[in-house]
Design a protein around this ligand. Structure first.
Ligand SMILES: C[S@@+](CC[C@H](N)C(=O)[O-])C[C@H]1O[C@@H](n2cnc3c(N)ncnc32)[C@H](O)[C@@H]1O
Length: 262
């Protein structure tokens, strides 16, 4: 699909009640049609700071997008990040390539797309480990790397780095793990955030079980080290809300001289 534009950032979404009833057998979490149908509500009520992270991704992407390059949204789900990139984007002759391995997500995303003239968008249903990354000035992994097996994360980041032009940036948003007592503290606060957003104890507990070994969070330091190992010259954490954070990583030739923000 090409020469299409996301019509708006607001997609209709039903209330997430997927884990509201007792389940005798809790299967591993899947991005299937049931999740796609409630995803917008689910992520907004589950990820503290999600709205800010997505909106700022568009602002940051616009600051580094280069004329005539590709802007990738890897693990695009329903296209919220893609829409944010599109909203702020000013560079000329860019193609936004939004990729997700879930057919249900891509189908719903496509439903929010119509013909327009604000930019070029390609919606691709594929595994981000299998696609080529080329001529990229911006690559976004918003809450997606955490679903890639840990031992395959470096290879993916190396591929992304190799496909980026000088001056390119990677925006990486993830759920974090922490050392020692900070883990319990932030887990409790995340729990409180979900309760405040209307999730019951049962929903929180059953969803946590479903995500075990599916979403594998790592510490900020593990992400920093891996990004440097993949070749990125400078890495900064530009946002954190409880146990969710977003990093920006620069391919050399881009920006600051510093090696990282420690
Ligand atoms: C938490 S959602 C991402 C949210 C989205 N980036 C946003 O800003 O709203 C994770 C997405 O990554 C996708 N995903 C997980 N593993 C993938 C893979 N190996 N290749 C492509 N997409 C993948 C899932 O289907 C899901 O839609």
């Amino acid at each position: 699909m090409s020469r299409e534009t996301l019509s708006n950032t607001t997609m209709s979404s039903s209330r997430d009640r997927l884990y509201a009833e007792v389940k005798s057998d809790i299967e591993g979490f899947l991005f299937d049609s049931k999740v796609a149908a409630v995803f917008e509500d689910m992520i907004r009520r589950s990820v503290p700071g999600y709205g800010t992270a997505v909106a700022m991704t568009g602002v940051i992407a616009a600051s580094y997008a280069q004329d005539g390059t590709n802007l990738y949204d890897l693990g695009c789900s329903l296209g919220a990040t893609t829409a944010s990139i599109l909203q702020y984007q000013q560079a000329q002759h860019c193609t936004i390539i939004a990729v997700d391995s879930s057919q249900s997500m891509i189908d719903s995303c496509r439903g929010a797309v119509d013909s327009g003239d604000a930019g070029d968008i390609q919606l691709v249903c594929d595994d981000i480990r299998d696609i080529g990354i080329t001529n990229a000035s911006v690559v976004v992994l918003n809450f997606t790397l955490q679903f890639i097996p840990v031992d395959q994360r470096l290879g993916l980041l190396q591929k992304i780095y190799a496909g980026m032009v000088p001056g390119g940036v990677l925006i990486l948003s993830e759920k974090l793990a922490f050392e020692h007592q900070q883990q319990q503290l932030f887990t409790d606060l995340h729990h409180a955030f979900k309760q405040a957003n209307g999730y019951s104890e049962l929903e929180i507990s059953q969803k946590r079980t479903a995500l075990e070994n599916v979403l594998v969070p790592e510490t900020l330091e593990q992400h920093r080290q891996r990004l440097r190992q993949a070749g990125f010259a400078a890495v900064y954490c530009w946002y954190q809300c409880l146990n969710f954070a977003s990093l920006i990583a620069f391919k050399s030739g881009s920006t600051p001289d510093a090696t990282d923000d420690e």
